[in-house]
Design a protein around this ligand. Sequence first.
Ligand code: CO
Length: 211
Amino acid sequence: MRVLKHLFERNAEWAAGVKKRDPGFFDRLAAQQKPAYMWIGCSDSRVPANEIVDLPPGEVFVHRNVANLVLHTDLNVLSALQFAVEALKIKHVIVCGHYGCGGVKAAMGTRSLGLMDNWLIEIKDLHQRHRAELAALSDAASRLDRLCELNVAQQVARVCHTPILQKAWRRGQEVSVHGWIYDLRDGLLKDLGLCVSGDKFTSPIYRLGEE
Ligand code: CO
């Protein structure tokens, strides 16, 4: 007997439903993927990339991890980003955080979570850099939400600083990086106004020359 039988049943029903609405759907997707978007988001089960933007399979190339971090030592996110930009030639990289993020909340606390501490210290560093702004906010929920926004901004900058994006822009490839945040309370996305479409504003400190 199959374990998690109910999930296989749901899958079979879903696949049949898609096929009924669009008989060529799976044949087309099996032949190739040509998504225009890459999504870098939080692993939180309440923030599923495709559903939030109401796009079917094949439209969004997704990477998710706890607290939507982009670390320059993380081969996972960098490999996904490189493939998305260089092979798939996606047009938009969307870094999407969410208010009330458990990873950000944990990073604001003092409890040790084991291995997770090493991942979340990145957000503690961010908190440290913005401590004055955050301390000026009146309540814990506002501080958490603001740090969630600052975290998105930091990761947008990180994506832009990668050699992957710097080289793509130098080649003249059209690719933009966006910073969005999702609100679990109403299901709506907010654009944080961080769209970057070139290296014009890249600090000389991060700028890479030719190899
Ligand atoms: Co989260």
